[in-house]
Each structure stands twice: as structure tokens, then as C-alpha cells.
Design a protein around this ligand. Structure first.
Ligand code: 6R9
Length: 574
């Protein structure tokens, strides 16, 4: 949570397209964004065509679309090559009988193959489902089962984490690797690509047809599949222009993995819809390697997250002073509150204001932002972009005045808004319970200048290093461990990661608390679910606080943790 400050950092050189920001707000029309594409005449569209093929068929054909490096591989692809590679993969899918509306998942580390695959999926009208490479069996199974995916693109080392025998809908496993010994139902990615044609009749879609399915966490139940449609391209294109401020000569780097919505909306769609050169870096986070990446490619526009900035800050200013980052001209952040001291640090080491942006998996694109030309108030998420209206609502859906804390809500609709929660229409409706508004689940207030200030989540969702973790998913895994009778999971404030996961556990009879047992339980979640969902801290309790209906009261656990009053206990069991 950020505290309110009166500090202001004005823009030095106002960006021309935002000089008239307030004027743009009043005059903005989505129809005008639409007119920049040719499809507005036919109504038939395809995101991958607009992001790649359109440039491949223009003077940008030989422009670098993708620079990829991970310490071992170092490659570059033009828009022309992105087009033919993704066409080939589209044909691979067609030969398997995969087409419009089918769900095809991607479960692999970042690599050029991942990007060819994702675009190819979209080109044949299938719905792409990107997963974090670090997911373990339960996390993979839940998502493939819920979406009834027909195919998955993965690597041999991740194969053991896909429980193919339990997934009757999953017909094809497409393996990216060398010297493969294929089994029934498996396809060799590279060999199939070699024999596939570079020419593809792409599937022309309706604006409202499915594009991508991102699973994300809520406070109850399994992760939910958030569906976005091709129409989202308007939002991605437009925010790429006005928030990322992408220009023809920019070299852009979004550090997010495509398993997270930031890695697709702003790691794929927004930069390529704007014809920008996109840098993708694989491998793990290391401060020196990150600075080296900025220097080597001459990155001009850089989109990252508060945890990463805090880690870079922690690595010391001496390290950064050894690199030439002079080409950097625009820096942005998303995913969690951006601390004012990080903004100040950015100003001193990068000579750049770090622009905070707020949005969610469900919103598909940026909504409340600091952008070029606008005065930044460190600690504020910024203002709604032109075309978007935000408000603070009370629990009855009434619009509140400035400085009143309440539910952050966005007036419906905008092009990248989710269109469905897969298999769960009731969950979808909950977001729209106040007529005409999307209710975010965040609490915030706004000030007299219309700047929004994030205050926290309304629900129990944990935000650790910018990743959303649902406590229910972790608790469900914990109680599968033989020693665990009951588990309650909360986010505990942490200076580096924003929050870390803390589990309160009541043991079964016959088990005694010990450090070894804690370690065993942590490993159990790491190997069964995923490393980022494993608790960093465990506390054993004889009993957990529960409501009479048997729900663990995370609110009470949180109050224990923070030494706060526990509040209304009228529903507690005893
Ligand atoms: C894109 C993305 C969404 C949740 C959101 C909020 C938090 C995102 C933020 C921020 C403070 C910001 N969040 N941006 N909190 N300041 N600038 O992050 O999507 O993974 O779905 O997370 O993240 O709590 O509700 P997602």
C-alpha cells in the first residue's frame, strides 16, 4: 500500500501526442482508433494478421520484429520471418484438425518457438492458453481440464508434469526439443515446421471471437479462465501508442512472461500492432544481465514491475553506473504498488520517471496510467486514459467523492475487457454487479486532480512479486499433505516482494511441529503446484479460526499476523 504524497514530478519534454491530454479525454472515440485498421470495413479480423502479417506485407517486411536472447541462443527475426514461421505453425495445427474455437495451450520457457506457436494458434482461429513454465502437475491439470484443451505445445523436460492420461480431451502434445523419441499423440515441433507450408489461408474472425484464455486467481475456488477476444486489438494498439509511446525507431522490452497477461497484451500484441522492434529475454532474473540487455539492444522503452525495480535498486547504484543506458527514454511499471522511493531512485539512476500503470488480467489492457507528458505523483497509479472512465463506489454501488476509499470500478465497456469466465458465468456476473460498472476487487481513492491511489485488495488475493496467487489453491494443495489437517493462507507484507505467502497450519494427530516438517510441506507445494505459490513462512497452530459454516477466516489470520484487532467475531465457530 502506498501512502499519499504531495510530491510531483513534471514531464521534462511533453510528448506531443499527449500535450492536450485533457482535451483528448473529452474528444476520444474508439471508432477513430478502429479506422486505423482496414478491417473496420469488413468486420472480419485476426489479431495475428494485424500484429505481424500487415507489417510483413509493407515496408516493414525486413524490419526486426523480435530479438531473442537467453545467454545461449541469440537470434533475430524480421516481420517477414515472423509471418512465415507463424504460418507454418498454423499449418501444423490445421493438419492435426485444429481450428476455430479449439483451445491450444503453451507450456514452455520463453523462446522464439513460443512466439511462432502463439501467433500460429491465433491465425487458425484457435484460442491460445499460455501457462507459466514453472507450473507443476496440479496447476497444469486444473487449467487443461477446465478449458478442455485439445493440444499443448511444450518441451520434453516439462512433459512429466502434464497428466495426459487424466485429460481425455488432450489429443496432441507438440514437443519442442532435439532428438525426440515420439510416443502416440506426440508431434515433433521442428520436423513438423520444416515440412509445413509458409502459405496459410488465415481464419478471418468476428470481433467477438475468442483470442486468448488467461487463467488467474481469485480468493475462492480454482483459478478462473479469463477469455479475451480479437476486438482487444483496438485497446492494445491504442495504449501501445499513447501509454507505451511506441514510435517507429523504438526498441522495446517488456520483461513479463507470456504466462502473465502483461507478457501477451504488452509483450506481444501492443508492440507488434504498432510495428515496434520487440526484445525478448529468456532465462532468470539477474541484475547485471538485465542492465546488459538494456545496453546491448539500446532499449528505448522498457516495461517492468516493482519487484524487479526493487531488486535492481537493491543491487546497488555502482552496478548500474557501469552500463550505458543512455538510449532509454521511457520506463513503465505494472503489477503491484510502485513505491515512491523506487520512482525517486529511477529518476536518479536512469534519469527517467518510472510510469506506473494499473490494470488486470480481466481488463486485458491498461486503464489507469501515468503517461508521457503528464505530471507524475509518486505513489499514484495515474489517471484513467482517454476513453476510459473510473470511479470509486461504495458497497452499494454509489459513486463516491474524492478522497473516499472504496471499490475501484471502471465504466463498461472497453475493447479489451474480458468477455467470459470459462465455464463460470456466475463468476463473470459478479464483476458487473453494479449496473454499468466493472468492479475490480481493488480498493482505492482519487484526489482532487483525478489521480487514483491504490490501497489494497478487497478480497484475499495475494500479490507476491506481482503475481496473483489465490489462497484457496495453495490451501487445497497444503491439505493434501499427510501431516496437514487444516491450512489458511495469507499475504504477509514484504519490503522486496510486496507480499509473501504465509501459511497457518493445524497438524493431524500424531504429527509434531518441526523445522523439517515445515521444509517438507514447502517442498510439497513447490513440486505439486508451483514454486511461486509455495509458502515462504509456516506457522503451526492447534486450531484455525473458522466460521460456523466451516470457512477459515483469513481476516483473523491476517490480524494475528499484523497484531491488529480481529474485528467482528460473531460468525466464529467457538
Ligand atoms: C496486469 C496485472 C491485477 C492486480 C490488480 C492489483 C494489482 C496491478 C497495479 C496493481 C497497484 C499497480 N496491480 N497493477 N496494484 N498498482 N500499478 O497485474 O494483472 O496479474 O491480473 O493482477 O494486481 O491488485 O487487481 P493481474
Amino acid at each position: 500500500m502506498n501512502s499519499f504524497t504531495n510530491e510531483r514530478i513534471a514531464a521534462t519534454a511533453a510528448s506531443p501526442n499527449l500535450e492536450n491530454y485533457e482535451q483528448a479525454r473529452g474528444q476520444f472515440r474508439w471508432e477513430e482508433v478502429e479506422r486505423e485498421f482496414t478491417w473496420h470495413e469488413t468486420g472480419k479480423i485476426n489479431m495475428a494478421y494485424e500484429a505481424v502479417d500487415r507489417h510483413a506485407e509493407s515496408s516493414r517486411r525486413d524490419k526486426i520484429a523480435l530479438y531473442y536472447s537467453d545467454g545461449q541462443r541469440e537470434e533475430a527475426y524480421t516481420f517477414g520471418q515472423m509471418k512465415s514461421g507463424s504460418n507454418r505453425f498454423g499449418n501444423v495445427l490445421r493438419q492435426l484438425g485444429i481450428g476455430k474455437g479449439d483451445r491450444v495451450f503453451i507450456f514452455m520457457p520463453r523462446s522464439p518457438e513460443l512466439y511462432f506457436a502463439l501467433l500460429g494458434i491465433i491465425k487458425v482461429g484457435a484460442i491460445a492458453g499460455p501457462l507459466f513454465e514453472a507450473f507443476m502437475e496440479t496447476a497444469v491439470k486444473d487449467r487443461l481440464e477446465d478449458s478442455q484443451a485439445v493440444a499443448i505445445v511444450t518441451t520434453p523436460s516439462q512433459l512429466p508434469r502434464i497428466p495426459v492420461q487424466d485429460l481425455p480431451h488432450l489429443k496432441h502434445v507438440i514437443l519442442v526439443g532435439q532428438d525426440l523419441r515420439l510416443e502416440q499423440g506426440q508431434v515433433d515441433f521442428h520436423r513438423a515446421m520444416e515440412s509445413a507450408s509458409e502459405e496459410l489461408d488465415l481464419e478471418w474472425m468476428d470481433r467477438e471471437d475468442g483470442l486468448i484464455l488467461h487463467y488467474t486467481s481469485g480468493s475462492t475456488g480454482k483459478p478462473k479462465g479469463v477469455l479475451h477476444v480479437h476486438d482487444a486489438m483496438l485497446h492494445h494498439y491504442y495504449t501501445g501508442k499513447i501509454v507505451l509511446d511506441l514510435k517507429e525507431d523504438d526498441v522495446y522490452w517488456c520483461t513479463a512472461d507470456p504466462g502473465w497477461v502483461t507478457g501477451t497484451s504488452y509483450g506481444i500484441f501492443a508492440p507488434w500492432l504498432n510495428g515496434a522492434t520487440n526484445v525478448i529475454r529468456g532465462g532468470r532474473f539477474k541484475p547485471a544481465d538485465w542492465y546488459a540487455t538494456l545496453q546491448k539492444y539500446g532499449i528505448t522503452v522498457w516495461y517492468s514491475a516493482p519487484t524487479a525495480f526493487r531488486m535492481l535498486m537493491g543491487a546497488g547504484d555502482e552496478l548500474v553506473s557501469g552500463f550505458d543506458l543512455s538510449r532509454l527514454r521511457h520506463v513503465l511499471s505494472v503489477g503491484e504498488p510502485l513505491n515512491p522511493e523506487v520512482v525517486r531512485w529511477g529518476l536518479s539512476v536512469f534519469k527517467q520517471r518510472i510510469h506506473d500503470t494499473w490494470w488486470m488480467t480481466e481488463t486485458g489492457g491498461q486503464l489507469i496510467c501515468n503517461y508521457p507528458g503528464m505530471t507524475i505523483k509518486p505513489g499514484s497509479m495515474g489517471k484513467p486514459i482517454p476513453g476510459v472512465e473510473a470511479a470509486i463506489l461504495d458497497d452499494q454501488g454509489r459513486v463516491l467523492e474524492p478522497y473516499c476509499m472504496g471499490n475501484l470500478a471502471i465504466k463498461t465497456a472497453w475493447p479489451s475487457m474480458m468477455r467470459r469466465i470459462w465455464n463460470n458465468p456466475a463468476k463473470y456476473e459478479e464483476y458487473f454487479r453494479f449496473k454499468g460498472w466493472y468492479v475490480s476487487g481493488d480498493s482505492a481513492f482519487y484526489d482532487e486532480d483525478g489521480y487514483f491511489w491504490f490501497q489494497g485488495r478487497v478480497d484475499d488475493v495475494i500479490n507476491t512479486s506481482g503475481e496473483r496467487v489465490g489462497p484457496f489453491e495453495v490451501e487445497s494443495k497444503l491439505v493434501e499433505h499427510p501431516a496437514v489437517a487444516e491450512a489458511g493462507v495469507i499475504g504477509k507484507p514484504d519490503p522486496m516482494r510486496g507480499e509473501v505467502i504465509k501459511a497457518f497450519i493445524a497438524l493431524r494427530d500424531g504429527y509434531t511441529p518441526s523445522e523439517e516438517l515445515k521444509e517438507q510441506i514447502v517442498q510439497f507445494v513447490k513440486t505439486g503446484l508451483s514454486a511461486h505459490a509455495a509458502p515462504r513462512e509456516i506457522e503451526f497452530k492447534d486450531k484455525l479460526p473458522k466460521t460456523r459454516s466451516g470457512k477459515i477466516m483469513r481476516r483473523v489470520l491476517k490480524a494475528w499476523e499484523l497484531n491488529l484487532p480481529v474485528g467482528d467475531m460473531s460468525t466464529i465457530e467457538d
